[in-house]
Design a protein around this ligand. Structure first.
Ligand code: MLT
Length: 302
């Protein structure tokens, strides 16, 4: 019988993998494994007895990978288990970045209490015109499970899709080359696409990949979506790009102080995987991986 600790910021992010209320800061001295969603494990000294950590999600940047490697602790993640949920929110972001939906809703609220709201709406709505996404070019940087899900859905919505990943070609990424254009490099995505969505992990190579230099290569009026990790984007460079009219809209799932109230920026509270279906999928995959390792020594998705 193995002992496994479930650690999660349940009270903070409102996510409950198994209905238990563990809090960060608990004793992990006697565990064989740890299951975790978004809580950061960076401040922990793991006991020498700890065998494995399973992360119910894709990104593993809340886990100190170097420390785990040194101690021989196997780290699992659950790639693909939340891809559909993230894809749906990315589709939502494509529309939000185009159609001025949030801006329009906020404006209508300001009309409360004024006389003849119907007429005011008719007069004022022309300020909220936004383009359709059908026929526009979407660049996807990162062709893991989420990138591939987004590509498939965007094609169905009539978009022309370009894919780029330094480690996998469009063809190798689930044979996508029949319908997704293979961008030879990121510059092709920058110069060709009306919409750019990021689905790469946070690594030293991807840090601030969207910066002054890359923004300068983009089309005027580009719309950027970042549901991957906050540090992929130099947010100051994005704000500058918005002021100059280069970037039309920046939509992100990561709230940082400098951008939350900025014009033409829409910030969501990391909702990408926040569906019951995705939470179940991730939890079940994480538990199965952990069990298979502890009981049979099998390693998947490490
Ligand atoms: C992930 O890494 O899987 C996503 O950021 C979603 C999440 O864990 O909330």
């Amino acid at each position: 019988m193995y002992k496994i600790k479930l650690m999660n910021k349940i009270s903070k992010v409102g996510t409950d993998l198994f209905g238990q209320q563990y809090q960060i800061g608990e004793d992990i001295e006697n565990e064989d494994g740890i299951l975790v969603r978004s809580a950061s494990l960076h401040d922990y000294q793991f006991p020498s007895t700890l065998l494995a950590i399973a992360r119910a999600g894709a990104g593993v940047n809340n886990i100190p990978i170097d420390q785990c490697s040194e101690q021989g602790i196997v780290v699992f993640n659950t790639p693909g288990a939340n891809a559909n949920a993230v894809k749906e929110l990315v589709l939502c972001a494509l529309f939000l970045s185009s159609r001025q939906i949030v801006e329009g809703i906020d404006w209508v609220k300001t009309l409360k209490g004024q006389e003849g709201v119907g007429k005011l709406v008719e007069k004022g709505k022309s300020q909220f015109v936004g383009p359709e996404i059908d026929g526009k070019k979407l660049g996807i940087i990162g062709l893991g499970a989420i990138g591939v899900h987004v590509a498939n859905a965007a094609i169905k919505l009539g978009m022309e899709v370009y894919g780029y990943d330094p480690y996998i070609s469009v063809d190798a990424a689930w044979g996508m080359s029949k319908w997704v254009k293979n961008a030879q490099n990121m510059d092709t995505i920058f110069s060709e696409c009306d919409y750019i969505t990021l689905h790469a992990p946070s690594t030293p190579e991807t840090k601030a990949m969207i910066n002054q230099e890359s923004i300068a290569k983009m089309k005027d009026g580009v719309r950027i979506i970042n549901f991957a990790r906050a540090d992929l984007v130099d947010s100051q460079a994005v704000l500058e790009g918005i002021q100059k009219g280069k970037i039309k809209k920046y939509i992100t799932d990561f709230a940082t102080e400098d951008i939350i109230d900025q014009k033409d920026v829409i910030v969501m509270p990391h909702l990408g995987a926040s569906t019951p279906e995705s939470e179940d999928n991730c939890a079940i995959m994480a538990v199965k991986e952990m069990q298979d390792y502890l009981e049979n020594g099998n390693i998947t998705h490490s």
